[in-house]
Design a binder for this molecule. Structure first.
Ligand code: ADP
Ligand code: MG
Length: 597
């Protein structure tokens, strides 16, 4: 039977398994088809759909683009691991296999570059090791998902060129990217050891109750704001490697690196102080990225952070829907309540308050705040200002007055970059000064200047009553073609006609993660599209419901999300999924029996 020839558009259509010819065809069949359609209109390429035996690889031409300018066609290659000589490398726990997938994806990318072809592509890899759909190893088999531009002159099929691509370039790329005899096995082992060590270090951080661990000799600064690779020596200024201050130095033992020392950031309130340009933000940023494993040579391989750590910032202009920001913002002018605060245009301080409360609601265990991206009036209020304003004139309780009880009452730690105010000395458990890119423990000196005051006034309130998120307004807009959700780069998602700005979700590192967010949102909009697991979260859901749903899919969460085999998705935390939903401008929120907004 011939497969349906319409390009897949909507979530409903996508949810169906692709109907390809299940009969396995030979390379000769592929050659014959290409010779037959050579020179014909582009649509005839649809005849390629199917499965081909290009031993040892099985090639599935899963989706054929409708025209030369449409998004590329999708081709999946499957092969048993023993055929690659990789069964030993795939022997191990999940982090080791994840690292193997990541390594092979990068090897394919470099094989594609080596072939000099622009017609084949794989997902884009960065400094992090992320679970991706581009390469997946399951049950002794490996699947690679590639993008293919089917060659044409105008709209006319270039069959010979396609033949060379499928029967020469593609097998060569797969062989040199995947077969162990073509791989740098020493580099592969390093890749796997490094990833496995990061997983072990993360476990240690969690067990010890630390926020993070930064190993001595780590290299934290990056090459440029838009270039995440490690900073290079330029001859003028040195690149300073990290060294823990003695009082915070701990030793950990990792399965491959063995015993190593570094700085543990304990739970509680940690201040990073120091003069401008001395490396405060760079350290905080490295801690923020420590939720991910990094590739060997990155410099941050041995920085690990509690996976439930959220970097929060001011984000004026964002929409807020039914968030209880009253721990930070009391009644607004003219008696406007902040227990179920809603706005289409939050200020610096209200947006930062909402970001924190929503992160807590989503399960954050530690917060990272940088003065560079915080609202000053949210962070501090100094004595002269406190004296000037009468009670009731200032709705904001600055983070300064809350941070300690946030830890004492809710167990949530904070790491703060504060170069401009010593007021925080009174509430900090420790103060680390960055001096020429090196940390020093200056807690004692800071205590002498500003001894800890009486515990801050009011306890940090318990979490607000169950807040349920509801996407009804978006569902009602869905047309016959299904919902329209598109990710653009790392920081933007288009849903129907709305652009959701995710640039404040600073721990998103890859456009593939943002595409995953888009897929999850689309799935939620169609109520699962027939998949019972998804429909269980129902029309409205708490962040916890969503977390449980996504966790229930285990390592196959990305494929369970996309409904068809996309090769350009990467793992993303539930924290970011919830952050995305909270930013939707037409979100509705229910609590108890009532609709808040
Ligand atoms: P701060 O937040 O204290 O003002 P930053 O962290 O922004 O300082 O760092 C200032 C500059 O120094 C940045 O350009 C950064 O890349 C660079 N830098 C940071 N850490 C190091 C380091 N360990 N070695 C060399 N340069 C560094
Ligand atoms: Mg800074």
């Amino acid at each position: 039977m011939r497969a349906r020839q319409r390009p897949q558009r909507s979530g409903y259509e996508r949810a169906r398994p692709p109907q390809t010819d299940s009969r396995v065809q030979t390379p000769e069949d592929l050659r014959r088809t290409l010779q037959r359609i050579d020179g014909r209109g582009y649509k005839a390429y649809q005849d390629l759909r199917g499965v081909y035996d290009l031993s040892p690889f099985e090639i599935e031409i899963a989706h054929v683009q409708g025209d030369p300018y449409a998004p590329p066609s999708r081709v999946n290659a499957r092969v048993p691991l023993p055929a690659l000589g990789l069964e030993r490398a795939a022997d191990g726990e999940r982090p080791r296999i994840l690292a193997l997938e990541d390594f092979l994806g990068r090897a394919i990318a470099s094989a594609i570059r080596g072939q000099g072809t622009r017609d084949l592509d794989i997902d884009g890899y960065g400094q992090e090791v992320l679970a991706r759909t581009a390469v997946q190893i399951r049950g002794g088999r490996l699947e690679v998902r590639l993008f293919v531009h089917l060659p044409a002159a105008g709209r006319r099929i270039l069959g010979r060129q396609a033949e060379r691509m499928f029967l020469e370039a593609l097998p060569a790329i797969l062989a040199s990217g995947l077969e162990s005899r073509h791989l740098d096995l020493e580099a592969l082992r390093r890749h796997q050891d490094t990833t496995e060590d990061h997983a072990a270090l993360t476990r240690i951080v969690e067990e010890k109750g630390w926020v993070a661990f930064v190993a001595n000799d780590a290299l934290l600064p990056r090459r440029a704001g838009h270039d995440d690779r490690p900073m290079l020596e330029d001859g003028e200024t040195p690149v300073v490697r990290f060294r823990a201050p003695a009082s915070l130095e701990h030793e950990v033992t990792l399965p491959h690196a063995g015993a190593l020392r570094g700085m543990a950031v304990p739970h509680g309130v940690t201040l990073l102080v120091g003069g401008g340009f001395h490396g405060k933000s760079t350290l905080l940023e490295a801690v923020s990225r420590g939720i991910y494993a990094h590739i060997p040579g990155d410099g941050r391989e041995r920085v690990a952070t509690d996976p439930l750590t959220v970097k929060v910032r001011a984000e004026d202009g964002r929409a807020v829907t039914g968030t209880d920001i009253s721990p930070f913002i009391g009644d607004l002018p003219y008696g406007r309540s902040t227990r179920d605060f809603a706005t289409q245009n939050a200020s610096g301080s209200t947006s930062q308050a909402a970001n924190i409360v929503e992160a807590l609601e989503a399960g954050a265990r530690a917060l990272l705040l940088d003065e560079d991206t915080s609202a000053t009036n949210f962070m501090i209020r100094d004595e002269p200002m406190r004296r000037l304003l009468r009670p009731g004139q200032e709705p904001i309780t600055p983070f300064l007055d809350r941070v300690r009880n946030l830890h004492l009452d809710r167990g949530v730690s904070s790491v703060l970059v504060v170069g401009g105010s010593g007021e925080y000395f009174r509430v900090a458990d420790r103060v680390i000064q960055m001096d020429r890119y090196l940390p020093a423990d200056v807690t004692a000196a800071a205590r002498e200047i500003a001894p800890p005051g009486p515990a801050a006034d009011a306890p940090f309130p318990p979490p607000p009553p169950e807040r349920r998120l509801h996407l009804g307004r978006y569902r009602r807009q869905i047309g016959p073609k299904g919902p329209k959700v598109r990710a653009h780069g790392t920081a933007r998602i288009l849903v129907q006609r709305e652009e959701v700005d995710l640039s404040a979700c600073e721990q998103l590192v890859s456009a593939s993660q943002t595409r995953s967010l888009g897929e999850i949102l689309e799935r939620l909009l169609v109520g699962g599209g027939g998949d019972p697991a998804w429909s269980r979260v129902g029309r409205e859901f708490t962040p916890e419901d969503l977390a449980r749903l996504l966790a229930g899919f285990g390592e196959d969460v990305l494929d369970k999300t996309s409904g068809f085999a996309r090769g350009d998705l990467a793992a993303v935390r539930t924290l970011e999924v919830i952050a995305m939903i909270n930013r939707l401008r037409d979100l509705e929120v229910m609590s108890g029996e009532t609709s808040l907004r």
